[in-house]
Design a protein around this ligand. Sequence first.
Ligand SMILES: Nc1ncnc2c1ncn2[C@@H]1O[C@H](COP(=O)(O)OP(=O)(O)OP(=O)(O)O)[C@@H](O)[C@H]1O
Length: 252
Amino acid sequence: MKKIIVAQNVIKTFEEEQEKNRVLNDVSLFIEEGEFVSVMGPSGSGKSTLLYALSGMDRVDEGQIYFGDMELSKMTEKELSRLRLTKMGFVFQQAAMLKNLNLLDNIILPSIHENKKNAKHILEKARSLMEQLGIGELINRDITKVSGGQLQRAGICRALLNHPQIIFGDEPTGALNSQSAEEIMNIFKIINEDGTTIMLVTHDAKVAARTKRVLYMQDGMIVAEQKLSKYNGKNLKERVSAVTNKLREIGI
Ligand SMILES: Nc1ncnc2c1ncn2[C@@H]1O[C@H](COP(=O)(O)OP(=O)(O)OP(=O)(O)O)[C@@H](O)[C@H]1O
């Protein structure tokens, strides 16, 4: 399988009050096209920093990160921003939305801003995605009048609008109740089965257990990885146990 992301010996240090904090400490990894990967680890282990580095949202101090054959450190901010908009989708814990726009306008805004000529096509695609994700009836809804789960579905529609090659999710279910979280994970499963690569950052074993490969992070390092058996809708408990056992085994 072709690799979509390769990171080699990545180091990232933050400096605060003259103290150096090495948050990514020689991280090497790859993600293959079509994979569904999660990164698990305790708070502060560097998961979000890794996601920002791999997606070119933040620069690293040492090492190389490739998206396909492009090395991120050789790209300008403008090129990186275009790469993110055209090839990547992002889902965060809480979808950042503008309160004075309805749900549909919030979904299409970034894409229309970038590609005004294609407004009609973008609008049609957004409506169809909203239907598929079960929020078709909320097109004109004020964003203050939807649930957390519905807002997150809208965030996923926005992330999917440009048909990205990869979706990055940073605790995408972190603000949801367990039923909405499960529904969102079901949506990610379908998106992945449609061919989109997904990388999620989480500290929730239940979320990691829905992915196919888990990378475990501790103190800025990938300390273990685990491939999970095929998810068949019934073996979640078994997979959660596999993840929690692994956490115990590596002592995090
Ligand atoms: N912009 C920044 N400036 C200074 N320090 C930072 C910055 N971003 C992150 N850090 C530090 O880097 C470390 C790792 O943070 P990061 O957010 O990557 O961890 P995490 O594993 O995602 O944690 P959580 O699960 O709590 O979100 C923490 O010690 C954090 O304080």
